[in-house]
Design a protein around this ligand. Sequence first.
Ligand SMILES: NC(=O)c1ccc[n+]([C@@H]2O[C@H](COP(=O)([O-])OP(=O)(O)OC[C@H]3O[C@@H](n4cnc5c(N)ncnc54)[C@H](OP(=O)(O)O)[C@@H]3O)[C@@H](O)[C@H]2O)c1
Length: 282
Amino acid sequence: MEFKTLANGIKMPMVGLGVFKVSPNKTKNYVLAALKQGYRLIDTAQTYKNEKEIGEAIRESGIPRKDIFITTKLFLPDYSFEGAQEATKRSLDIMGLNYVDLMLLHHPMADYLGAWRGLENMYKEGACKAIGMSNCFPNTIADICETQTVKIKPMINQVEMHPFNQQNLNLKTMENYGIISEAWAPLNEGKRNIFKNTILTKISKKYNKTVAQIALRWNIQRGVIVIPKSDYDYQLKENINIFDFKLSYADMKEIEKLDIGHSEIVDLLNPKFVKYIHNFKY
Ligand SMILES: NC(=O)c1ccc[n+]([C@@H]2O[C@H](COP(=O)([O-])OP(=O)(O)OC[C@H]3O[C@@H](n4cnc5c(N)ncnc54)[C@H](OP(=O)(O)O)[C@@H]3O)[C@@H](O)[C@H]2O)c1
């Protein structure tokens, strides 16, 4: 496993396990299976409703807590100075943990700056080892980092990033502010027929790897952390075994040609989506 070092010196594994849409009754075994395969980063959220089972899996695994990196995320109803602090404590209670490694604000909407100040407090108290944002475009990243009342810059921005939606300006902006990028849906949720893509298939044959491994490795070489999700043990194994080869400069460039410059999963800028998020019940 390779690690990225966050702005505060904390080390974060570069491959992790996504648990979005994993039902609570399957979560514990899913996480235990992944931990057996060597996964040490788990990505959840309050909205995923499986934090409790993740806590159970960690305890049952017998792996020292310090060797596992847990990320969770807060959602809009808790976005205020007080609310973010209460919600952080709620996550810790539900998971049965003393701290999370990384707490993110799921979307930069509503009173996210108020919530951010709450997270700064939780960070200072040790309830979160690191704090960050999710779903920020470059303008929002710059806005947060330039805001005088923001005392601690986000250490991570977790955004959709894969060969079809590369977000190069976002990546550059994060680099400029010392923020590490983390890719959700690093396999584009299987959309655009990614696993049969001609360019990725050609490259995969050259390295004797699968298309999934090529897509994930491409992000790793851009310095981006990936958190793919899979229901199958053999795919979980595949997705973490991406450190024994290196894509050439020419192949990295070839993959750059696949960028369509926007998401086909969710249009974060669409007012209907913003309204949906504001009214989302979980
Ligand atoms: N911050 C946010 O707003 C946000 C939004 C979305 C997701 N996330 C996080 O990011 C994680 C990953 O995103 P995601 O689950 O949406 O999408 P993803 O990881 O890009 O794609 C998952 C899909 O790829 C398939 N797959 C995985 N590994 C494969 C392999 N080696 N070969 C072939 N197919 C493979 C899975 O199929 P099978 O399951 O059938 O194997 C599943 O259909 C989530 O679980 C969540 O933790 C965060």
